[in-house]
Design a protein around this ligand. Structure first.
Ligand code: 13P
Ligand code: SF4
Length: 357
């Protein structure tokens, strides 16, 4: 990075002192991670944001839905700043609140809504989290999706019963968790396509389903294929393939291990020197892991899949601009969730934070 910019970042960070707390998601650039007070997956960062009541400013180096969640979990006096407002998430954008309200009406008309608990992935707008809170559901992240799903099914008769979960917006995390961790079958899962009338499903399909999966996915993880896993096994015998649960079901079933970004980091920390790994997640993190573990061989699962373009919007110039603005008394790019959505989204987020484990 530009040494002048690094110097300006250091000076601004020092001037802010304890008034600011900088959170960095694992997919952020190295130049940004260098200034993070804490790094984490989305679950850890939500907890960290809630645990810093004395910080006047929470500078969120991540994407918009994470900053919204931080605003919801911090006090009204604290201000959450997203250094670039264009740092969205294509998956979160795949579920708009009016589409979700319409989908619920479809479930009501099919006579299954009373038997359905909504579970939304953290990667969703505050409005979707609020919808989930209003309808008695919970938020989950990739590290606690199995616990959240069990909790949700328990509200409607258990995993072995006939109740349903409406899982939004990542169909892959929902399917992978339901099939591989809860023991449901692929036939128990249907995909609700918000662009089609009735979600593209018949009333009978909705009645028979146990997991109603929103048709959404991550544009980065969705690009890995089972072929990538085959290829790396051929090229690197003995390799352990470790992927994020946002990958397609065919990828997760072909892999050896699956888990959140925090899980992936811990797995590499615990790995034997000399072992060989292929990692299927965002490239900034995989590159950092390779650099941090020179005694292990760390491959990228597919060399053509690259960065999360929206995570990468947060770069050192944006971070410096945000911090220098705060030093001069101006709060840039403040993220504020409206009070009613914040109340109900918090109900769903608190439910997640209260899940066992
Ligand atoms: P986690 O950090 O929870 O593993 O999620 C990954 C992700 O895609 C965040 O956008
Ligand atoms: Fe969204 Fe995927 Fe980027 Fe995560 S990696 S912020 S899910 S687009």
């Amino acid at each position: 990075s530009d040494p002048d910019l690094v110097e300006r970042a250091r000076a601004a960070r020092a001037a802010l002192g304890d008034r600011a707390f900088v959170l960095g998601h694992h997919y952020q650039r190295d130049e940004v991670i260098a200034f993070a007070d804490v790094t984490g997956d989305s679950f850890k960062l939500a907890r960290e944001a809630a645990a810093r009541p004395d910080a006047e400013f929470v500078i969120f180096c991540g994407v918009h839905f994470m900053a919204e969640s931080a605003d919801i979990l911090t006090s009204d006096a604290q201000q959450v700043v997203l250094p670039d407002l264009a740092a969205g998430c294509s998956m979160a954008d795949m579920a708009a609140i009016d589409q979700v309200e319409d989908a619920w009406d479809v479930l009501v008309d099919a006579g299954v809504a009373d038997d359905t608990v909504p579970v939304t992935y953290m990667n969703s707008t505050a409005a979707i989290k609020a919808f989930t809170g209003r309808h008695g559901g919970t938020v989950c992240t990739s590290s606690n999706a199995h616990v959240a799903l069990r909790w949700a099914f328990d509200k409607v008769g258990g995993v072995g019963g006939t109740g349903k979960v409406l899982f939004m917006p990542d169909q892959h995390l929902g399917r992978n968790t339901a099939v591989l961790q809860l023991g449901l079958s692929l036939d128990d899962c249907v995909v609700f396509d918000p662009r089609k009338p009735g979600g593209g499903l018949t009333t009978q399909q909705l009645k028979d389903a146990r997991m109603i999966l929103w048709r959404g996915h991550c544009s980065v993880h969705g690009r890995f294929s089972a072929r990538n896993v085959e290829d790396i096994r051929a090229a690197a015998p003995g390799v352990t393939v470790l992927v994020h649960p946002e990958c397609k079901h065919e990828v997760v079933t072909a892999a050896d291990m699956v888990g959140s970004t925090e899980y992936i980091i811990k797995a590499l920390d615990a790995a034997e020197p000399g072992s060989t790994w292929a990692i299927g997640t965002e490239l900034n993190l995989v590159r950092r892991l390779a650099a941090a573990h020179p005694d292990k061989k760390v491959h990228y699962l597919d060399s053509t899949v690259c960065f999360c373009s929206t995570m990468n919007r947060i770069d050192l110039p944006h971070l410096v601009w945000a911090m220098e603005s705060l030093v001069t008394g101006r709060v840039p790019n403040r993220i504020v969730v409206d009070a009613d959505d914040a109340y109900w989204a918090r109900v769903a987020l608190d439910q997640m934070l209260a899940l066992p484990g």
